[in-house]
Design a protein. Sequence first.
Length: 574
Amino acid sequence: IYRPTRHGVPLDEPFPVLLQRTPYDKTSERFVATAHFFCRHGYVVALQDIRGRYASEGVFSKYGTDAEDGYDTIAQLAELPYCDGQIGMWGTSYAAHTQADAAKLHPPALKTIVLNMGGFSDGWDHKIRNHGAFELVQQLTWAFSELARGTKDPVIRAMLEREPVADWLTRFPLRKGLNPLAIAPNFEEYLLQMATHGDAADWRGIGTSWLDYYDDTADIPMLHMSGWYDTYAGGTVRNYLELAERKRGPVRLIVGPWTHSGNLRSYAGNVEFGPESTLTGFEREFHLRWFDHFLKGNENGVEHEGPVRLFIMGSGDGHRDEQGRLVHGGAWREASDWPLPGTAFTAYYLHADGSLTTSAPATGEPASTTYTHDPAHPVPTIGGSFTGISTDSPALSGGFDQREGLEIFGSQPPYLPLKSRPDVLVFQTEPLEREMTLIGPIVVRLFAASSALDTDFTAKLVDVYPPSADYPSGYDLNLTDGIIRARYRESPDHQMLLDPGRIHEFTIEPFPTANVFKRGHRIRLDIASSNFPRFDVNPNTGEPLGQHRRAVKADNTVFHSAEYASHVVLPMER
């Protein structure tokens, strides 16, 4: 606990308390420096290691007891003689998750929260599973890195250095007791549970879902923040929508062009958005304005800000800057609602010749395209909305040219574009005759069949730059992507294997995005059946999730006929 002082003596008068509950070590320099900053501006600050992490007792279980522990912590802080009865919370990622969990139990003293890139809406469709697929690189990397950082045992550290996470990604699924996490059974237990439990009901508890707790959540001012390349992007938007409808709040939403925890970076991956894309003074002054208004009643302009603030990517000229990044650019926009009023949800249809148009396939067009998904040679992850916690993460989040390379995990020479792979179907518009702006949710409806009992279908939206002096081959910029595990095509609550050869309808819901497609660019949709190591690779055998020992090739067929018109619905600005 950090308290305001005068001449080195703590002040006895009551102040609001700002609380952050974290698994990342409350004594770290950045936490302590921020606590000192808030103290100098008239706040008591409490930093707490969550249960079983660093200085806190007990056994750590990921997403286990944060709701109850948070409630109890808030109640205890409110009773301190130097607390004025008001508690505010802030924090990023897991520290946003701990805020959400506490708010679900409606502790009386909790008066406001600022959730940055965290707080599940539904652990089934993001962060743990993703529409049935397992968020492999995020969860496995987090387990390895946090076990290493949190232990004082030199043997455990040496073991994890000898057997890095990148090697174990290629040996998934893990076997109980036969992997490095077995040395810490609590880590192994939660990881194996995530890998083997795919039904939505498995992730509807208070620690991994907000869906059943929106009504019970405290009606307090909330700020929900995320990035278009953040692993919480979809969940953040959904939380905002659900809570803004139910609460007086106010409840607000900010989404920038960021990767996870990237609010102060003007780039995401290998793409530059310009200095205006960052939140100036985010870790300190930004939060101070919010708390000064909602905990102290200061009229400082926060009360006049709109409910939705979005960064619309894509107004740059596309040159390569001095850091070697594509200058994609963009600008902020305030809105009164989400999706933006007046949005035209427009169907773009897949055609046999690889075109993507607003005209449905005509009778007589070739009905389908078939490709082979080989689990032994999955499509490598190149950017996207996920989290790579450790500095040596084998996957790179954000925006990238969709071209394999030496730095891309799973790539193989000669390092050609993903569009050259036979297991990636590419559908794109003609070069655009005018600028087009897309802002909102994306939905892909595929009619498809498989020779296998189970498989995956992935979809990726791409902004295709034409060739230029800096990029002679053009630049295929990923914007958002999604996946559906076939056994969950009909319901997130029930697994149903495929009837091989039978046509089924699949719905893929990538995270929302906001982008200007400039004149001369193309809008592209890529369809495949793997995105590794962001997601675990489907072995196509239909075996229990996370427990397979076999893998078979699957011939997957996407239909684009008049009867089975696969398409993507894009939110176009009129």
